[in-house]
Design a binder for this molecule. Structure first.
Ligand SMILES: Nc1ncnc2c1ncn2[C@@H]1O[C@H](COP(=O)(O)OP(=O)(O)OP(=O)(O)O)[C@@H](O)[C@H]1O
Ligand SMILES: [Mg+2]
Length: 407
């Protein structure tokens, strides 16, 4: 029966995964009017589950019936033999009863043993998935005796030395990048989409290990630190912000569980989101919905900035942190972020070049390599890729510039 039970578990998993996926992405389902498609998909999975579970149940019943038949037939034969013995006077009535009692004492535990074996076996099959999950190797592990990086305090130095990286061996993403961010400096990474900007931040955060070269913080390879302390020292405002389905307060406090109300409000002020929050009927207690659905893109980003400010890390990574904001709010937040970044080493990833003009060094990434590097003025004077991107964005912003409207 093992294979039926396994098939049943697999189809059950599949159906659950589809249900969760379509419910999580309900907006996309609606955008494309694919409700019927989704329910059909789910229905098909459920049908497969139904077939598998019927098979499993039928085989279980067959097993039970078989077991019962064997026991009953054996019991009947033995009793007939004993009755025969009584009829021909080899046995007394008392012995007939004794045989019956012996048999009962034998078959009840045997039956029970069969049942226990069945349940045990079923449990093991059901746990197979969990065991296989436990056997999966960690991609990133701590070295024995790993160093502990101070999470707060003086800004850290970041160094990338000829870093190579590929998510899959057949497609190289980073092809040899070197740069140094001196403590407290601001490095900007710009470049076309898919050039590996977010990947650089993931390597620094050690979501993945490099396939060549080294990433180091404060003079030690990131692989020499414990993951906990390294990640504690780095604050990331990611490209796609996801919030927890709880209050705004909870989501900001997530940056540092145990922070006081004043600290949380202070962080929200820095991120220019405090006024918005208090204007809500339920203020900081407002629920944000699944993944932060009930907030606008810009509000979500500002909450994400607030929680990173609250974390108070030594290294700050801003991955398109202000991309969803209007120019006016972006400028205000940029000013606040400059203040926050003042005594931190900062890595800014941006498409809108106007937000990185003050960086100490700008790296222009292209196809996994640094195509150009230098200060804003230097790169403009060079008249290369960056100057081209800058000119194109200037034209764009003139095209879409709207008259300032007082709020
Ligand atoms: N987990 C992953 N597995 C496999 N490939 C990935 C993974 N994450 C990203 N990639 C690929 O790596 C490349 C670089 O991705 P990355 O996210 O670093 O781009 P980016 O420069 O941040 O782009 P954008 O400006 O659009 O955010 C992309 O081509 C992407 O398809
Ligand atoms: Mg990115």
């Amino acid at each position: 029966r093992t294979k039926f039970r396994r098939a049943m578990n697999e189809t059950d998993n599949e159906a659950q995964t589809k249900a969760i996926d379509s419910l999580l992405n309900f907006e996309t389902v609606k955008y494309f009017g694919n409700e019927a498609h989704e329910s059909q998909r789910f229905d098909k999975s459920l049908a497969r589950f139904e077939i598998a579970s019927v098979k499993s149940q039928v085989s279980l019943n067959a097993l039970n019936v078989g077991q019962a038949v064997i026991i009953s037939v054996a019991m009947a034969v033995m009793m007939l033999m004993a009755a025969n013995g009584v009829a021909y006077h080899h046995m007394k009535i008392g012995q007939f009863v004794l045989v019956n009692t012996y048999l009962m004492q034998l078959y009840i535990p045997l039956n029970f043993l069969g049942f226990t074996y069945l349940t045990l076996n079923q449990g093991l099959i059901d746990m197979e998935q969990m065991f296989s999950l436990l056997r999966v190797d960690h991609e990133v592990t701590d070295k024995p005796g790993a160093l502990v990086l101070a999470e707060h305090g003086a800004p850290a130095e970041i160094r990338f030395e000829d870093v190579h990286f590929a998510y899959n061996p057949d497609r190289q993403i980073i092809k040899g990048i070197s740069f140094t961010a001196a403590p407290g400096r601001k490095i900007a990474i710009v470049g076309p989409t898919g050039s590996g900007k977010s990947t650089i931040s993931r390597l620094l955060f050690r979501f993945y290990d490099t396939t060549g070269g080294a990433v180091s913080v404060d003079g030690h390879d990131v692989r020499d630190y414990t993951q906990g302390s390294l990640r504690g020292a780095i604050g990331v405002v990611p490209q796609d912000t996801v919030l927890f389905n709880d209050s705004i307060f909870y989501n900001i406090a997530y940056g540092r569980p145990g922070a006081t109300v004043e600290e949380i409000e202070q962080a929200a002020r820095f991120a220019q989101v405090h006024d918005f929050i208090v204007s809500l009927p339920q203020g900081y207690k407002t629920k944000v919905g699944e993944r932060g659905l009930k907030l606008s893109g810009g509000e979500k980003q500002r909450v994400a900035i607030a929680r990173t400010i609250l974390k108070n890390p030594r290294i700050l990574i801003l991955d398109e942190a202000t991309s969803a904001l209007d120019t006016h709010t972006e400028q205000e937040i940029s000013a606040a972020l400059r203040q926050v970044a003042f005594d931190r080493t900062t890595l800014v990833i941006a498409h809108r070049l106007s937000t990185v003009t003050d960086a100490d060094e700008i790296l222009v990434l292209r196809g996994g390599l640094i195509a150009e590097r230098g200060s804003h003025a230097g790169l403009l004077a060079m008249g290369g890729v960056y100057a081209g991107m800058w000119a194109a964005q200037q034209v764009e912003s003139e095209d879409i510039a709207l008259p300032e409207v007082a709020e």
